[in-house]
Each structure stands twice: as structure tokens, then as C-alpha cells.
Ligand binder design. Structure first.
Ligand SMILES: [Fe+2]
Length: 120
């Protein structure tokens, strides 16, 4: 699943995923898969062990014009998507203790990712 592609419709905000090549369209537009960019240190989500779960959060802007609209946890065999909403703090709890990748989509910055490496 690490090669999963994310598509976001600019018109309606629809989030679509594909595990392989696909012709994807929404609201009458053909969508291209988002190209993920490795997050800079300052852009990374913060990851906190809260006992049994990981609390993921970010101080990234969450205004109606500029916000993280979803985050996802991806590893070899699974994808979990956590919807986020403007004017709410960006945060979610990840009920997993396995290494993987965090991927998130900002309406201005695009698709970013960071590796989630767990040592316990
Ligand atoms: Fe952003």
C-alpha cells in the first residue's frame, strides 16, 4: 500500500485513492495523482506516545483558505484516513504501533509525508 495514490477534487474536495494506475475523474475533471513531497523538519507532524495510541498533531494553519484536509497512515498492507476540518486543531489518534508513513494534504502546500519509525 506504500505506493497508494491520492487524488483530491479541487471542486468538491472529494478524496479518492488508488493502489495502481487509474483514470480518475470527479466533477467532470480528470484528476492527476498528487505527488508527495517529503516534509521539511519544520513542517513535520508531531508524534506523541500516549500509551496504546500515538497522538498526531500539527500547528499548521487551519483556516478555511489554508488547512490540512486529511491525514493518512500508510504501511505495507493498510491505509487509514483521518479527515480534518478547518477551524479545528489538526490532530488525531493513531491506534497502531507499527512503523509506516504519515501522509497529509494541505489545500495550499499539497501532499506531504514523513516516515513514522517506531523503536518500541
Ligand atoms: Fe499548508
Amino acid at each position: 500500500m506504500k505506493k497508494i495514490r491520492f487524488y483530491v477534487c479541487r471542486e468538491c474536495g472529494n478524496i479518492i485513492t488508488a493502489t495502481s494506475e487509474a483514470a480518475v475523474s470527479c466533477c467532470g475533471n480528470k484528476l492527476q495523482p498528487l505527488v508527495p513531497r517529503k516534509a521539511e523538519e519544520s513542517e513535520k507532524l508531531s508524534v506523541e506516545d500516549i500509551g496504546g495510541e500515538l497522538h498526531i498533531s500539527s500547528g499548521h494553519p487551519m483556516t478555511k483558505e489554508h488547512y490540512i484536509s486529511f491525514a493518512a497512515y500508510v504501511n505495507d498492507d493498510r491505509v487509514m484516513i483521518f479527515k480534518q476540518y478547518p477551524e479545528w486543531g489538526m490532530q488525531f489518534d493513531l491506534p497502531l504501533y507499527r512503523s509506516g508513513r504519515l501522509v497529509w494534504y494541505c489545500t495550499e502546500c499539497g501532499l506531504l509525508y514523513q516516515e513514522l519509525i517506531l523503536t518500541f
